[in-house]
Design a protein. Structure first.
Length: 204
């Protein structure tokens, strides 16, 4: 057994022991207060849905996962586009993308939730507004807030990842006669994403 393996095994045992001691202390505290945990409530009908409390909690978990996945997809798509725009040679595009990043990074997420739910949706044209009101508008507002807010952080990470690539990569592709959109799609972005994935995992 190597030293690292021994240290990891010991750390795991300490964590398990700590959780065990905490469980014992909680149980003794509940018994001292004559508190009995009744888990049967999860089998009782819920007033929020047509099922039990257990199915209601499961439905909430699935909704959370769905909204997080949609928000992540929007953030990756929009953030990549904004990150590329930050590096554009067009000063108008670059400054607009920089303004986007500065605005949404420095606005609290809770404020953005309120904005998309109570301000943005009522300002939409009649057709899209009525469609949203008929299809759970609060969920779409949540996806928009999460996606737009997180996209600002994704954009800066993408920009840093692209700027960290050696300049010879782009120069070699141009010397082969590749157009700019192919250089971005086949040369720059694959390598940039490989370097920015760890920061994304740590940041959020």
């Amino acid at each position: 057994m190597t030293r690292n393996t021994a240290v990891q095994t010991l750390s795991g045992l300490i964590v398990i022991l700590a959780f065990g001691l905490a469980a014992v202390q909680i149980r003794q505290g509940l018994q001292a207060q004559n508190i009995v945990l009744d888990w049967g409530i999860f089998r009782q009908p819920s007033s929020l849905t047509q099922g039990t409390y257990a199915t209601t909690i499961l439905l909430g978990l699935l909704t959370t996962i769905k909204l997080a996945a949609l928000g992540l997809g929007l953030a990756l798509t929009l953030g990549t586009a904004v990150g590329l725009g930050r590096l554009s040679v067009n000063p108008v595009v670059s400054r607009l993308c920089a303004a986007y990043v500065g605005l949404f990074r420095n606005t609290p997420l809770l404020v953005q939730f309120f904005f998309w739910n109570f301000a943005a949706i009522p300002l939409l044209p009649a057709g899209p507004r009525e469609w949203l009101y008929a299809h759970k508008p609060e969920q779409w507002a949540t996806v928009a807030a999460l996606g737009v807010y997180t996209a600002a952080f994704v954009a800066e990470t993408v920009r840093a990842g692209i700027q960290g690539l050696p300049a010879g990569q782009t120069e070699a592709a141009r010397s082969l006669g590749m157009p700019e959109h192919l250089i971005t799609r086949r040369i720059i972005l694959p390598q940039a994403f490989r370097s920015v994935l760890p920061p994304w995992a740590v940041r959020r």
